[in-house]
Write a protein that binds this ligand. Sequence first.
Ligand code: Q46
Ligand code: ZN
Length: 311
Amino acid sequence: MKCKICGRPAVIKLPAHNIALCEKCFEEFVLRRVKNAIKTYKMFTKDDKVAVAVSGGKDSLALWDILTRLGYETGGIHIHLGIGKYSDESLQKAENFAKKINSELTVIYVRDFFGTGIPEIAKITKRKTCSVCGTIKRYLMNRFAYEKGYTVLATGHNLDDEASTLLGNLLYWKDLYLARKGPVLPSTHPKLIRKVKPLVFLTEREIAAYTILRGIDYIYEECPHAAGATSIFHKHVLNEIENYSPGTKLHFLKGFYERKNIFARLYPEETKMQHECKECGYPSSGEICGFCKLRRRVKEKLENGRETTTA
Ligand code: Q46
Ligand code: ZN
């Protein structure tokens, strides 16, 4: 198998693009795909200061590496979730990588805000772990990106992530989610940072190959709460379709982005944040934001618990 571009021995076959590429041409292909996504969806420019949401996993570290190679001004933000060994190892990987590329990494600990980690917060509030985790991550990422002077927040969502959530939302006709979904989430309030997904044109497999070729050391283990998620099943279904007809995943997602206004038009008021939270001052749809409400509940519960044990 030879590289379609330069004729050297190929290291990867890309059926969706009907090509095989050598190491060097594959790296260039990856950089080009990201550059295209940034340009096509007007994500940011060289004047922006880009915060990369770094989990310590392959996607976020690959994203940080790619954006740095493309010459953007970047810095990482990592949230330590308090999920045992998984969180400690994730932090280690993020710190090692920041050192390697000589870039700034901001680390935020969930326990500094709640007095405990995500699993305990979910237990106290009787909410699903990933739902609580999502609320907290979104809030902290936005707040610290803003406070650190970044102008845009980039996440490592890839083509498989995006296509599988799209499939899930379509199967259950979740119009509101479909209205919000896209490669760019614009800022609708001065304290709400624009969010972008520069890896949407790359599959999980392509990103994994890139991290291996670049020698990027990431956390292999999945978060212990990720197992069994419906999105994993949807990814599997999409991969079956992709094997049968290469290129379908990309066609599916791009086609949706071209039509997404059909859903956005159904909720014209949805994206407007009317208030500023009375406790933290960050945008909120009500008087107190979801994060502060959650924090109050956890604090009360932990304090009550402490009183009961000392009484
Ligand atoms: S949401 Fe759920 Fe993830 Fe949070 S609790 Fe783990 S799996 S880390 S992307
Ligand atoms: Zn608040």
